[in-house]
Design a protein around this ligand. Structure first.
Ligand code: IMP
Length: 408
């Protein structure tokens, strides 16, 4: 079976933790998009790890992890992450592979990324990891793929600085390089987990363009970046937080009002630890935006949802979620493409009673307070998608499974 896990918001939904949990039953974990712009926090064995490139399944000693064709690989970041894992006792030998079609990030792309964003009238607020530049070199057909490292003519044509940068990495990169498509064909009966990065609303085509990342972070990206056809995918899981966050610029229609709701914003940010793993930037926070979540479900064929960070709301008297937008004098129920509309959108909020109780002790969904169930079941009806997993803490034990993700 092949299962895709994507972020259903603007990234940082807690995918790393969920993938880490689901990887238990997979043999192979493939990350299919983005690069070192991503930041996944995983807590395992009482230790906290931050990963940027390596799929979260690495913490299981018997799992194979693969960096897919849709990814852009910064060799400096990759080898420092592998070293960090080895230094902390995680043996990665012979378990990390890279698609021979993945593109390579060069240091000068990183500088161009930073300079270009700083020069923009309205910066996107990129992570400064050279991601957009590497993808544009790819679309311009000037990129360097893993497979190109063995193509003498191409290597000879590179600028001296690029050649010198790559030279010490070539052998190590090639030792990890595989034909991903064939690799998966030869393991037809394996359970494969495709791990998304960023989120549905940061996808280059389906997201809030131009305030997006440059890879295919949508579910369809799993097929392209994972080197399988779309019909090979059996199931898509969409991970979302009980509220909304975003790092960088761009519309966040349900953002807490910076004036009147400062306190709520601070509370959510601190309780949910809403600071970027890659850049340390405080994340912008807001109410759960059901308009965009429903859009993410529709455009990504999400079969079931995974809700995270629900425990952040444990102490609140009242919880609100955005169910439509007011744009001028219109009420809009569907997620608009226009950035002007999204910037002008004011959230129409629906209120729910809080449960005023810690969810941490619940071992099954049935043990949740009724008010928490009400909030969950409203979201299911609104998005016409079941919520099969609810996470109420960072530990593996804090993940409540209502229906196994490894069933169709
Ligand atoms: P880039 O991917 O560095 O080009 O950044 C483009 C936009 O996507 C910026 O707003 C980033 O903050 C955002 N972004 C990129 N990767 C992530 C992620 O993993 N989580 C959240 N936001 C991200």
């Amino acid at each position: 079976m092949k299962v895709v896990v994507i972020g259903a918001q603007w990234g940082d939904e807690g995918k790393g933790q969920i993938v880490d949990y689901l990887a238990n039953e997979a043999q192979i974990i493939v990350r299919y998009a983005g690069g070192a712009n991503a930041g996944h926090t995983i807590v395992t064995g009482g230790e906290e790890y931050a990963l940027h490139l390596i799929p979260s399944g690495i913490f299981y000693p018997d799992k194979i992890v693969i960096l897919g064709a849709g990814m852009v690989i910064d060799p400096v970041a990759l080898f420092s992450e592998l070293k960090m894992l080895q230094d902390r006792g995680i043996d990665t030998t012979g378990r990390v592979f890279i698609s021979d079609r993945a593109h390579i990030v060069l240091p000068r792309y990183i500088q161009i990324d930073k300079d270009r964003d700083a020069a923009r009238k309205k910066p996107i607020g990129t992570t400064g990891r050279g991601i957009g530049i590497t993808y544009s070199m790819k679309s311009d057909r000037d990129g360097i793929r893993m497979a190109d490292l063995t193509w003498r003519e191409k290597m000879d044509e590179l600028e001296k600085g690029d050649r010198e940068f790559l030279a010490p990495y070539i052998d190590r990169l090639l030792s990890m390089s595989i034909d991903l498509s064939l690799y998966l064909v030869h393991r037809k009966n394996s359970q494969v987990l495709f791990e998304g990065a960023q989120g549905a609303l940061l996808d280059l085509d389906l997201g809030t363009y131009p305030y997006v990342s440059s890879g295919m972070s949508c579910a369809a990206g799993a097929a392209v970046g994972g080197c399988v056809g779309p019909r090979a995918i059996d199931k898509v899981l969409g991970v979302f937080k009980a509220y909304s966050t975003r790092v960088g610029n761009g519309p966040l229609p349900s953002e807490f009002d910076p004036g009147s709701e400062d306190e709520l914003c601070r509370f959510v940010r601190d309780t949910g630890r809403e600071y970027g793993v890659t850049t340390g930037r405080p994340r912008r926070c807001g109410y759960l935006d059901l308009v965009s979540l429903r859009y993410a479900c529709l455009t990504n064929s999400i079969d079931s949802l995974v809700m995270t960070h629900l425990d952040v709301y444990d102490t609140l008297d009242e919880i609100k979620a955005c169910v439509s937008y007011r744009i001028g004098d219109r009420i809009v129920e569907n997620f608009p493409a226009s950035i002007a509309d999204l910037n002008a959108a004011k959230p129409v909020l629906r209120s729910f009673p809080g449960w005023k109780k810690s969810l941490a002790s619940a071992l099954t969904y049935e043990e949740f307070p009724e008010a928490a169930m009400e909030y969950i079941e409203f979201i299911e009806r609104f998005c016409e998608t079941p919520i099969d997993i609810v996470s109420v803490g960072y530990d593996r034990k804090a993940t409540i499974i209502r229906k196994s993700p490894w069933t169709r």
